[in-house]
Design a protein around this ligand. Sequence first.
Ligand SMILES: C[S@@+](CC[C@H](N)C(=O)[O-])C[C@H]1O[C@@H](n2cnc3c(N)ncnc32)[C@H](O)[C@@H]1O
Length: 229
Amino acid sequence: MSPLGRGTASDGSPVAPDGSPVGLYRAFPAGREPEIIHRAVPPAAPILELGCGAGRITHELTALGHHVVAVDQSAEMLAHVHTGTRVHADIETLALPERFPAVVLASYLVNTIVPGQRDAFLKTCHRHVTDEGLVLVQRTSPTWATALKAGHTVRSDRMVLTITEARLESGVLYAAQECRHGDTTWTHAWTDVVYSDREFEEVVRAAGFALLRWLDQDQEWAALQPLPR
Ligand SMILES: C[S@@+](CC[C@H](N)C(=O)[O-])C[C@H]1O[C@@H](n2cnc3c(N)ncnc32)[C@H](O)[C@@H]1O
């Protein structure tokens, strides 16, 4: 769900500059993400989380024993983060004084279609990771992007999520979803550049990383190691 998205909230609640409705990302369950991150990094390792949103992953990582420095450009998202250290900033220009053994760039931000933004995000990861540390990146899986179809609906006890647009054209995914939760309906449309495994490996290498391993079967989550500086 890369930036340059569009979002709406039927209850008039705020939408982040990248189009993510704040209420939607508050309501989404944390899912498998915190465990994937936790298992990949040393116990109690401090974590820099870029694009933390309303703390969906942050709060669970804290519960798993990590101090999280949580960064987001949306003050309205950050207002809901109630653990760790909150930093209101753009990822691209972030320059904290410390480095971290683990840096997380989740939510498909690496698939941004905004010119120059992907490399700026990866540079920020590189600036903030220790020499022996890991950068954990969640990318849009090409298999998932190919299989995504408009009309697909996922129901849980908390919400009904329907894919309302899914077009993969020349390696770019144009997608939108509608989520109903109680009386509220949110929409979120986004555009992702989809990378094959080989393209992804080339992108991260050009940014100064080696792809160490995939962390999940879907090959969404990659562990990157900084190359010697
Ligand atoms: C789709 S939301 C996901 C939030 C969270 N990672 C989660 O999984 O619940 C993406 C978040 O990234 C933030 N974001 C997008 N582009 C950003 C940028 N350039 N700098 C800082 N934050 C950004 C948005 O404000 C939003 O909160």
